[in-house]
Ligand binder design. Structure first.
Ligand SMILES: [Zn+2]
Length: 166
């Protein structure tokens, strides 16, 4: 994320997480509507809205269909989708073209936007990293780069809205 986006991400999270759950949900919906109306895709704002603290209570009580399971519960990528011949894509993560990973380590599938921060286990949010780079990335939100708003992000916001207004 760019510096400005990180500031927005942190301030939005602070704003939401300091609220009691019921008022937090109201504020969440206000921010969601703001994004829809202004057609203003601020990535820092949108990523703050998918933080699990915003919806985990509601999720606990919800009946989960396949889609909700995929977007909210499944935390590991299917081993059968692991591309063993894949190289470590650390360059993609950092947005540096042609950067070669120096390590010779086992390749793993990880979440581009971390699972712990609301990143879903879908192909679009998957990155192949070696064990070393994956460990360095950990659950950091700072390494996230995106030219355009990921489809999963819009989809997840829509699903959260449905959860909160159910
Ligand atoms: Zn690597």
């Amino acid at each position: 994320m760019e510096q400005e986006e990180i500031v927005t991400y942190f301030s939005t999270l602070r704003y939401l997480l300091n609220e009691r759950r019921d008022t937090r949900e109201v504020r969440w919906l206000d921010l969601y509507n703001q994004i829809q109306q202004e057609d203003n895709e601020q990535i820092g704002l949108m990523l703050a809205l998918v933080h699990p603290h915003n919806y985990e209570e509601k999720l606990r009580k919800a009946v989960l269909n396949k889609e909700l399971r995929t977007y909210f519960v499944t935390s590991r990528f299917d081993e059968s989708t692991l591309i063993l011949t894949s190289k470590c894509h650390i360059g993609n993560l950092l947005g540096i073209d042609g950067l070669e990973c120096p390590y010779i380590k086992q390749i793993q599938q990880d979440h581009f936007w971390p699972y712990s921060l609301g990143g879903p286990t879908v192909k679009e949010n998957r990155i192949h990293l070696c064990q070393e780079c994956n460990g360095a990335k950990s659950n950091s939100p700072f390494l996230f780069k995106s030219e355009e708003t990921p489809r999963w992000l819009k989809k997840k916001l829509e699903l959260i809205r449905l959860l909160l207004t159910r």
